[in-house]
Structures are given as structure tokens and as C-alpha cells.
Design a protein around this ligand. Structure first.
Ligand code: AMP
Length: 197
């Protein structure tokens, strides 16, 4: 699983993302990390409720002889070079470089977690990633990137339907509440506003 390939998640929400990404690619090359494949840049709404600007995301495959820890420091140095200003977690930033996977390596330290946590839940990671790996490419904890992306999209499609059902149900309960107020009926077991079953 994972083979020997190394992938980096790339994001920006401040300034000209295309230009920042081009500069990042050059800065990485200067520090011994070659970008060998790049997904198309994807525009995303800010996540986490803190960042205000739209995010631009991509996933890059890189080649390097650096160890995972050296590579992490290189990514951080390039973030620093390009003037990343990080005031709060999830906030706006000029450049964010995350080490998604380093071959099949599994690590769980505060400095470095591999594969990167939560990648399986993020369409802005799985989407670009699926562009540059084939159907069979799989990652520890996530499984096949293509399959994980399909699953995530299916779940995302189901959510509005569920929400609509609940909203309809709440609206009809509100109506029956009004009726009950007039009739003085306190309601029985069915008065519970939300049923998931
Ligand atoms: P962030 O600001 O979200 O990019 O998080 C950066 C922090 O996460 C740094 O302290 C890193 O040491 C830590 N970190 C842990 N695992 C990873 C990873 N796979 N890629 C990038 N940063 C990581």
C-alpha cells in the first residue's frame, strides 16, 4: 500500500495562488525537492469557519532523497520563504504545504503524522489527488483514493436530503404544535420533533 510515492497537499487563501504555487515549485526545486506531477488547482470555500477567503488547493507528487523529517522542514521553510502568515488555526494563509504521505510510512508523532490526518474526509485533497493517481493507488487508513473520493461525494449528496426531511418534519411538528396549543393536546410519543430511524 502507498508504494514509494510522496505526495504534498498545497493550499493558499491569500494573494495570487497561481503565482504563489509557481514560486513554491521553484523554491522546492532549489531545496532538492522536485515536483513530478501536479493536479489542477481547485477553488474551495473556506473551511472551519475562521478563514474568510476562498482557498485554492492542489496535490503535488514530489521526488526527493530527503527523509520525511527533512522534507517536512523543507516544506515549512518554503512556507516561511513565501511569507506565510498564520494567525489562527484554519485561518487564511499565503501558502500551506502538508505532507500527505511518504511512501507507505505510518508515523504518529506531534511533529509529523503520516499519512496526514483527516485526508480521507477532505474532498479538496482527495479530488486533486485522484487526478494524478490511478484507480488502484491506496493509502493506509484511507484505502483507494478514487474509492474514498466517490464515497465522500455520495455522503455529501445524501446530507441535503436528510436535512430537508428533518426540516420538513420540524415544520409539520410546528404546525401540529400550533394545533395542539389550540386543542390543548400535549402530544404523545409522536411529539418528539426528530426521528432518525
Ligand atoms: P498546519 O498549520 O495545519 O500546516 O500544521 C502544521 C503543524 O502540523 C506543524 O507543527 C507540523 O509539525 C505538524 N504536522 C504533523 N504532521 C504533519 C504532516 N504530515 N504534514 C505537515 N505538518 C504536519
Amino acid at each position: 500500500m502507498g508504494d514509494g510515492r510522496i505526495f504534498v497537499g498545497v493550499g493558499s487563501s491569500l494573494g495570487d495562488a497561481e503565482e504563489t504555487f509557481a514560486q513554491a515549485e521553484r523554491a522546492l526545486a532549489a531545496r532538492g525537492v522536485r515536483v513530478v506531477a501536479q493536479a489542477k488547482n481547485l477553488k474551495n470555500a473556506p473551511m472551519g469557519g475562521v478563514a474568510l477567503e476562498e482557498f485554492t488547493n492542489s496535490v503535488w507528487e514530489v521526488a526527493t532523497t530527503q527523509s520525511p523529517w527533512e522534507l517536512l522542514r523543507t516544506l515549512q521553510a518554503v512556507e516561511g520563504d513565501l511569507g506565510r502568515v498564520r494567525t489562527v488555526r484554519w485561518g487564511d494563509r499565503t501558502l500551506d504545504l502538508d505532507l500527505l504521505v511518504y511512501g507507505g510510512l505510518v508515523l504518529n508523532t506531534p511533529e509529523l503524522t503520516l499519512p496526514h490526518p483527516r485526508i480521507g474526509e477532505r474532498e479538496f485533497v482527495l479530488g486533486p489527488w485522484a487526478e494524478i493517481v490511478d484507480e488502484g493507488y491506496a493509502v493506509v487508513g484511507v484505502g483507494a483514493v478514487h474509492a474514498a473520493l466517490r464515497e465522500l461525494k455520495e455522503v455529501a449528496q445524501e446530507v441535503p436530503v436528510d436535512r430537508r426531511q428533518v426540516t420538513d418534519r420540524l415544520a409539520s411538528d410546528e404546525d401540529s404544535q400550533k394545533t395542539n396549543e389550540t386543542t390543548g393536546d400535549q402530544g404523545g410519543a409522536d411529539a418528539d420533533p426528530i426521528h432518525w430511524g
